[in-house]
Design a protein around this ligand. Structure first.
Ligand SMILES: [Zn+2]
Ligand SMILES: [Zn+2]
Length: 125
């Protein structure tokens, strides 16, 4: 099992707080590569791995999948959002979160869920 993504660099995935940690889940990285294979266009994460301190600073949920390296936020153009959500459902991502300017994806354990950040967006990143 490769431990590096074919598409996403450490720079793009690491915690942005300066701690330099980048503890992405290997299975999740593979799922992102498969997503990128199907999408056939660049995807640049807004946010991927977060240490607990940074997650708290940006108002993330206490047990956000970002701290486990199993979540990513991609900015997706409004006219491409339907196509993107259709694809990530097809590929079996478990958590899909809709933000005003980005789509959160994760592979949480348990039931699949679609949610939005309405009312929380100001402190979210
Ligand atoms: Zn950090
Ligand atoms: Zn997120």
């Amino acid at each position: 099992m490769p431990d590096k993504s074919r598409y996403f660099s450490r720079e793009e995935l690491k915690c942005p707080c300066g701690c330099e940690r980048c503890e992405m889940d290997v299975g999740f990285l593979m799922a992102l590569d498969i997503l990128r294979d199907h999408w056939r266009a660049p995807l640049v994460p807004n946010s991927a791995f977060r240490c607990r301190k940074h997650n708290k600073a940006v108002g993330g949920e206490d047990e956000s999948m970002h701290i486990y390296g199993r979540a990513v936020d991609f900015p997706i153009k409004p006219n491409e959002r339907y196509k993107f959500v259709e694809l990530v459902i097809e590929l079996g991502f478990h958590g899909i979160g809709i933000m005003a300017n980005a789509i959160h994806l994760d592979n949480r354990l348990g039931a699949k869920t679609l949610f939005h950040y309405y009312g929380k967006e100001k402190k979210k990143k």
